[in-house]
Ligand binder design. Sequence first.
Ligand SMILES: Nc1ncnc2c1ncn2[C@@H]1O[C@H](COP(=O)(O)OP(=O)(O)OP(=O)(O)O)[C@@H](O)[C@H]1O
Length: 301
Amino acid sequence: MSDTEATDAAAGTAVSGRSGASPEDREGVETHDSDIERAAKHTPSSIPLRVEGLRKEFGSITAVDGASFSVEKGSITGLIGPNGAGKSTTFNCITGIHEPTDGTVYFQGEDVTGLSPNRIANHGLVRTFQLARELEEMTVIENMMLAPKGQLGESLWRSVLPLARRGVVEQERKVLERCWEMLEFFEIDHLAEEYAGNLSGGQRKLLELARALLTDPTMLLLDEPFAGVNPSLEGRLLEHIHELREDGYTFLIVEHDMDLIMEHCEHIIVMHQGSVLTEGPPSEVRSNEAVIEAYLGGDVE
Ligand SMILES: Nc1ncnc2c1ncn2[C@@H]1O[C@H](COP(=O)(O)OP(=O)(O)OP(=O)(O)O)[C@@H](O)[C@H]1O
């Protein structure tokens, strides 16, 4: 993803919805609408995310070509595939950064296709973003304080709103408190006054995850969370992901490090040429002939 996309999304810039997909636009398309609503209702609550026939074209390039899959609640699911398979584009379509050309994204029983990243985040589905350049020139705690602007998580709002009469200072104190708690959880509170640009790759990933969690998500999409992370921080990041999963969060992770994916994900979805080639537990995916072939004959390990 480009820095510009990341900045837009982090700033909550509304990305235009799929034509005809906004709630207002959908009013006139009753038959299609009721089909989608019926499908959404039939998604069990154990499946927070369901993607149906997702398609994304960039001019003559078809980046995602009818991908369908679902993610089970409380799982750590891996989304893998060779370079150019369409993983990032799929992430971007799910989280509202790209407008899908076709297909539907259901989140917790609702059709969220084409909604803006902010609105999707308000539903509880967020992805982490690489820190944009301007955020690198701010301290870690300033980065945290900026994250909630315009997209505070519901529970944080609930705790902040009763303070309205006592004024902005009190509200900011509460938000600051929550930001510190989050930094402590990720064990980067000692870096609070450090410029984000000076953080190591792994520390940045922890900060990105901490920022994403301020929006109170129930599901997190992580795009290459371990890229450029040293082994000790990688272990800590993994520990936190497992800890959060124990607390009920659901994860969908795109990652090139096969060993990590095979060891830490209970379910793996393999994309190839824009669609889902196969999915299953690591032991099955690892020995799947089509998967091995998709990775140019190499061993998936
Ligand atoms: N904004 C864009 N404009 C044009 N083509 C794009 C755009 N974004 C992605 N593509 C193309 O779509 C295809 C899928 O790209 P995508 O980045 O989704 O794959 P990926 O599986 O995430 O790849 P990688 O593992 O290399 O990051 C590629 O052929 C890519 O060049």
